[in-house]
Design a protein around this ligand. Structure first.
Ligand code: 1PZ
Length: 215
């Protein structure tokens, strides 16, 4: 054809899906502005968007395969749950009623873990954008230390910090992602902006039910 279309990259697909989520959150929030937690998020749309993220793992190398299987298992649980429950609120209310919010394998616990994964990527992109002097390992180490390390066991933290040494270089990551420095920067900023309201919305779901976020 004669029309030139910019090829979609894995990152741009992820970004577009998160922008859709953020948008749906916004429009619903206006309609439901009387509700404290603000709006609602459909579990099917949310979990499908989160499953797109798993393509990023293949760009990180073999050492992060264990992180991938962990993340994918949690997302799959939410995808399964979405066949029965409509919104994020529903699964949280159910676990509150059953006293299973923090129980291993519960939907609410898995939602908390997936949210931490989304936030880890956001923090990583912020580090990545903050300076070009930074290696991917330094950016990822800082992001992980901020977002996930406080909630992981010693064994997991040790494995993750060891795995950091196997991460590709910054330039190799861009190649793996099929991005240029410029296009990656743009997409990463868009991810940061779109994921933040989603992450904050999830946190408010817990906080408004008097559930602490220190786990
Ligand atoms: C380009 C990105 C570089 C980032 C590199 C940092 C990767 C960090 C990997 C984190 C590994 C976590 C492994 C295991 C964690 C488990 O202890 C918990 C257990 O939850 P439980 O079953 O007790 O409720 N599992 C999780 O927290 C699941 C999700 C963690 C993975 C998130 C990574 C997302 C980022 C991927 C970037 C592509």
């Amino acid at each position: 054809t004669t029309t030139k279309t910019r090829a979609k990259t894995p990152l741009s697909e992820i970004v577009e899906a998160f922008e859709e989520l953020a948008k749906s959150l916004n429009s619903r929030r206006i309609r439901n502005s009387d509700k404290g937690a603000g709006g609602e998020l459909r579990l099917d749309a949310f979990s499908k968007t989160c499953s797109l993220v798993s393509v990023l793992f293949s760009c990180l190398g073999l050492a992060f395969r264990f992180a991938e299987s962990e993340y994918v298992a949690k997302v799959r649980d939410l995808v399964e749950a979405s066949k029965e429950y409509n919104t994020l609120q529903t699964i949280l209310d159910l676990d509150v009623a059953n006293g299973t919010v923090r129980t291993s394998g519960s939907h609410s616990r898995n939602l908390r873990r997936v949210r931490q994964g989304l936030d880890l990527i956001r923090a990583l992109f912020e580090q990545f954008l903050s300076t070009t002097d930074y290696s991917l390992r330094e950016a990822a180490t800082t992001a992980y230390s901020q977002v996930c390390a406080p909630y992981h066991t010693w064994a997991v933290r040790t494995a993750v910090y060891a795995g950091m040494y196997t991460l590709p270089t910054r330039d190799q990551l861009l190649l793996n992602l099929n991005e240029t420095e410029h296009s990656a920067e743009k997409n990463m900023r868009r991810y940061i902006n779109a994921s933040l309201p989603v992450i904050e919305y999830i946190d408010r779901l817990y906080i408004s039910r008097n559930i602490r976020l220190d786990w």
